[in-house]
Design a protein around this ligand. Structure first.
Ligand code: 2BA
Length: 113
């Protein structure tokens, strides 16, 4: 295993993705953007794969921290099934999403062919 190489996996909101990729590339990092879907909200988000030397991980996390912001989102819970429609009221719930969810993984092998 090459302990010097890491993969940063960052799940961010679509609204922050363009700015984040520009900031990463401007700082000399390489990134791959994947279209993803959050399991809870079932809405689109963006997953970035960023391969890097381990010494540069703090710099990448700083860029993510400075680029991605948390936002509140309203979610309407699914109505209970089976009851009369006027016997309950469904209120939207506020959920705080992001800045970013970041995983840092060891890379066993890295090759560019
Ligand atoms: P979602 O799964 O769509 O979740 C959106 C937001 O909903 C979450 O924001 C969190 O505030 C809330 N949430 C998620 N699951 C919940 C639950 N079981 N009960 C109550 N509230 C819940 P973030 O934590 O900032 O996550 C944003 C996105 O990052 C997630 O979208 C998901 O795509 C990803 N993510 C977060 N944690 C993850 C993990 N441990 N593994 C994989 N993906 C993760």
């Amino acid at each position: 295993m090459d302990p010097a190489m890491k993969l940063v996996l960052a799940i961010v909101q679509d609204k922050d993705a363009g700015k984040l990729i520009r900031a990463l590339v401007d700082a000399g990092h390489r990134a791959t953007k994947l279209a993803s879907t959050g399991g809870f909200l079932k809405e689109g988000n963006t997953t970035l794969l960023i391969g890097t030397e381990s010494s540069r991980v703090p710099e990448i996390v700083d860029i993510i921290r400075n680029t991605c912001r948390a936002r509140e989102q309203l979610v309407t819970p699914v109505s209970p099934v089976g009851g009369p429609a006027d016997s309950y009221t469904v209120y939207p719930v506020r959920v705080l999403v992001g800045g970013a969810t970041v995983f840092v993984l060891d890379v066993e092998r890295f090759e560019r062919i």
